[in-house]
Design a protein around this ligand. Structure first.
Ligand SMILES: *[C@@H]1O[C@H](CO)[C@@H](O)[C@H](O)[C@H]1NC(C)=O
Length: 195
């Protein structure tokens, strides 16, 4: 019989002692923003473009493929951004219209809703953590605390280039984790490019 390594016992004990653990709490979304986002240079309407999702953490995207985001800001100057999120589950493609309404908390901080029945019920506080200075990449993080449960967390890293280099993708993931994204690297999934 093999002995259970003591580290495992320790980890298990810690898990049992903290049913709400750190998973229940969201980080300070404002603190995740890069210098570019907090500077006066960032203009959310510059995100208007067609992006290919490269990496994600999102329960709702399990089993999804070919995720893309068509970003358009509304005509009025209310700062609202629309993202037509297209995805395939199996052979069936469909599009969810996501609406990002700016908050007064600070530049880059939005409330995200889906434009579909019930979509207004779930409002996900979302931060544009980082963009490339030419807006060719974007990193979005959402977190919503739920009573008595783990928080809902989403991470989306997308690029205009459908097939960026591994180095580019790796650098984006490093930057997000260094900035304080509380998602384990192995829980961040890659999107396969679909021509
Ligand atoms: C992106 O959305 C705009 C506005 O709805 C539309 O005109 C355009 O065709 C879309 N682009 C793609 C590649 O789907």
């Amino acid at each position: 019989m093999r002995l259970i390594p003591s580290k495992k016992i320790l980890a298990l004990t810690l898990l049992l002692l903290s049913p709400h653990g750190t998973n229940a709490e969201c980080p300070d979304l404002l603190a995740l923003r890069s210098d570019f986002i907090t500077s006066e240079l960032f203009e959310a309407n510059q995100l208007n473009n067609f992006y290919y999702e490269q990496l994600y953490h999102d329960i709702a995207q399990v089993g999804a493929k070919c995720q893309t985001l068509n970003v358009t800001s509304s005509d009025s100057d209310d700062g609202v951004i629309n993202m037509a999120f297209s995805v395939k589950y199996g052979p069936v493609p469909f599009t969810i219209n996501e609406i990002y309404t700016p908050t007064k908390a600070g530049p880059g901080l939005f409330n995200k809703n889906a434009d579909m029945p019930g979509g207004k019920l779930l409002t996900l506080p979302t931060v544009v953590m980082d963009v490339a200075p030419d807006y060719s990449t974007m990193t979005l993080y959402s977190c919503l605390e739920l009573p008595g449960s783990n928080a809902v967390r989403e991470l989306v890293i997308a690029t205009i280039d459908p097939e960026p280099s591994d180095e580019t993708v790796q650098a984006l993931i490093e930057t997000a984790i260094d900035a304080g994204v509380d998602i384990k690297r192995e829980d961040i999934k890659a999107v396969d490019y679909c021509p």
